[in-house]
Structure formats: C-alpha cells, structure tokens
Design a protein around this ligand. Structure first.
Ligand code: COA
Length: 379
C-alpha cells in the first residue's frame, strides 16, 4: 500500500532498521545472540549479571576493580525512597505486578536525585540506580500482596541472590541463585525488540530515562512480548500431563490459537536462549523433583515440531517452567523479565541520547478523502 509520501506501509515494521546499536546483535538466521561481541552461551557459562551490566553500559568487560566498584554501586542503591514504599503499600493487592512496576518506576522519576539532569553522566547514574531499585519494587509488592512483611534489601550478595532473598525471606540455595543469575544474563538485551523501540521513541523526544522506561515496561507487558512467559505457564498448567500435551496442542492449533513461547520475528531457527534454558529446566526439574513441567514442555515442543516445523521455542518457553519450579508466582514472570532487561534498555537509551534524532515515522491515511462539515442539528 502506498503512503502519503509514496512509500509502502510496512506492517509491524518487519525488516526496518530504525537504529544503530553496539549493544547486541540478534542473528536470526544463525540463531546467535551477541552482547558487545560476546556470545550469549559464553556469557551464560562464565559471567554474572553484574559483569554483563558493565559490558552493556561501558562497552567492555570490567577489570576486577571495576566489577567490584559496580557491584558495590548497585548493592548500596537497592533501597527505595519511603514515598515509593508507601505507594506500593497503598496499591491494590490484586493489581497485576507489571502495572505496579510501571507505576512505581514512573513515580521514582519524581524522587530521583538526577531527575532534571539528562546529561550522559546523570543518565548512567540513573541506569545503575534503577537497575538496583527495580528488583526491590518487585519483591516488596510480592511480600505485601501475600500478607507478609516486606524484606529490605541487603548490601551483600549479587542482584540475583538478594532478589531471591527479598522475595522468599530466606537465603536462596547457591544453585538456584546461579540459575536465576543466568536467566538475568539471558534476558538482559535483545536488539530493537518492541519495548526497547518504545523506550527509544520516548527518549528520542529528549524525554527523561524514567519516562522511557515506563514506556518500555508497558510495552513488555503484552502477551506477544514479555507477557508470553506467563501465558506459557498457564498453558503448561492447563495441560498438566505430558501424555496429554500432543492432543491439547493439536486442539489449540485447530482452534487457530497461538501456542505461547513459540515463534519469533527475528529468529528463523531456535532462539539460542531457549537452548540454554531447556537444559536448566531439565536440571532444575530433576533436582527439585518437578520434572513434570519440563516433560510437558518437551512434549509441547515435539507436537509443535510436527505441526509447525517453522516455529521454534523462544526465550519465554523454557523460562516459564524454570521460574515456576523456583516457586515464583506466574504473574511475576514478566516483572522478572523487566528486572533483567533494565540493563539492556538503559544501555540502548544511553546510545539513543548520545546520537539522537526524533523517531517519527509516517502513517498512511485511509479515511474518507474530503467531507463537508455538517452543523450538529442537521446530522
Ligand atoms: N503459535 C501458532 N501460530 C503462530 C505462532 C504461535 N506461537 N506464532 C506465529 N504463528 C503463525 C501466525 O498465526 C501466522 O500464521 P498465518 O500466516 O497463517 O496467519 C504466522 O505464524 C506468522 O505470524 P505473525 O504474527 O505474522 O508473525 P510475527 O513475526 O508478527 O510474530 C510473534 C512474532 C512472536 C509475535 C509470534 O510468533 C507469536 O505470537 N508468538 C507467541 C507469543 C510469544 O511467544 N511471544 C514472545 C516472543 S519472544
């Protein structure tokens, strides 16, 4: 379809290159994901979320001293302003945690010491501060809505350990904390996905980082994006039995329903994050005696392979069973995605501000061409 300017409408902006980034490469043809030159497999095996934060923000892996400094900086900024604690306390317990997170991040913008400073130095400080604060928001709300006392963050332990400690009110076991850390690494950054694009659009008007992240969180919530991990778990719970998985999938496909956790705009082969998470889902299932969720996932995958061989599992498919086996409530899966994506979103925002141009595409007008105004009592 041709637009006012003579070019054609590109539905869903597929294939459009709308920004340059050094932060990540999503190689859809070969199923590779690379952060600042480093393959995701390598980072998941050897790195930590804090180290990956340094990588995406500063463009290189840190020295030991730089890593210690960043870990310290993240750890000492975990507490929330009292006003934000009050906002969370007064929020309805039945609110979706993504609505709570979106609102709290927006509100944090009013209390940030750098609120009116959009300089690169202030924005880097905000990136670090927000990455430290967001896990506290998520855990604080979870405790309150479950009728439990909120657990304040400690300045010890990495972000993964401290988050699980705040969520469950006890020290996490080291293996679980490590798998959670790997989940954070895998979800850190992913090219110009919908929420990063939304964040960049907001920043491109020279609005502030909290506003851009509020846009991003609202965009991540949708079930075609980050919200898919919640829908995946709902599907697994509904199937409930690996032996029934094939029939249930076939019925859903016959009803033309989407199987959540499958398909991707960019990957035309398996999402490399799914490959890693599949392994962890299996291992966690065995270790915690909950292999059922891995087994159902495998059967769903096999059924999809037969019926829809071009649709591969994406990151959300196996993260769902992993989080469920850790005891995390389903509607906290997407907020956890947001916790990890904070580093990626803010890294891309720093790039946007550093080389900004207003993002302003066009639309094709398809309404009536020319109507004459009719006074109200003659209509
Ligand atoms: N289950 C069943 N069919 C699917 C599907 C899924 N998960 N994903 C895509 N399809 C089908 C569509 O129905 C469509 O079929 P049609 O051409 O016969 O109508 C075709 O594949 C293309 O889908 P489309 O929505 O145009 O592709 P897209 O590139 O716009 O969408 C996603 C990408 C991710 C939105 C899509 O694959 C999806 O909805 N997946 C499920 C949600 C999900 O897991 N999201 C997380 C992504 S990380």
């Amino acid at each position: 379809m041709s637009t006012n300017s003579g070019s054609s409408v590109n539905s869903g902006l597929e294939g459009v290159v709308a920004a340059a980034t050094q932060t990540s490469l999503v190689d859809g043809k070969n199923g590779r994901l690379v952060y600042r030159g480093y393959d995701i497999d390598d980072l998941a095996d050897h790195s930590t979320y804090e180290e990956v934060c340094h990588l995406v923000w500063y463009g290189r892996l840190p020295s030991r001293r730089e890593l210690t400094e960043l870990e310290h900086s993240l750890a000492i900024q975990r507490e929330l302003p009292k006003e934000i604690e009050r906002l969370i306390t007064e929020a309805p317990g039945k609110a979706h945690p993504m609505d709570l997170l979106r609102t709290a991040v927006s509100a944090l913008g009013m209390y940030d010491p750098d609120a009116r400073d959009n300089s690169p130095e202030a924005n880097l400080r905000k990136a670090i501060r927000l990455t430290a604060q967001v896990p506290t928001i998520v855990a604080f709300f979870e405790r309150l809505r479950s009728g439990l006392e909120p657990v304040h963050p400690r300045q010890s332990g990495n972000l993964a350990e401290n988050f699980l400690y705040m969520l469950f009110g006890k020290e996490p076991d080291l293996e679980t904390a490590r798998i959670f850390d790997i989940c954070l690494i895998l979800h850190t950054e992913h090219g110009l996905n919908a929420s990063t694009f939304a964040a960049r659009v907001t920043a491109s008007t020279l609005s502030d980082m909290h506003s851009a992240l509020t846009s991003a969180i609202g965009t991540l919530k949708g079930s075609l994006h980050g919200g898919a991990n919640e829908r995946v778990m709902e599907t697994l719970l509904k199937i409930d039995d690996a032996a029934k998985a094939r029939d249930r999938v076939n019925e859903m496909l016959a009803r033309k329903e989407r199987i959540m956790g499958f398909g991707h705009r960019v990957y035309k082969t398996e999402d490399p994050r799914a490959t890693i998470l599949r392994r962890h889902s299996e291992a966690l299932g065995r270790r915690t005696g909950q292999s059922k969720w891995y087994d159902i996932s495998r059967e769903v995958e096999k059924a999809m392979r037969e019926d829809k061989p071009d649709l591969y599992p994406n990151v959300d498919f196996y993260s769902a069973s992993v989080y469920h086996m850790m005891g995390i409530p389903i509607d906290q899966f997407t907020p956890i995605f947001a916790i990890s994506r904070m580093a990626g979103w803010t890294a891309q925002l720093l790039e946007q501000y550093a080389n900004n141009r207003l993002i302003r595409p066009e639309s094709e007008y398809i309404g009536p061409p020319s109507l004459k105004y009719v006074p109200i009592d003659q209509r």
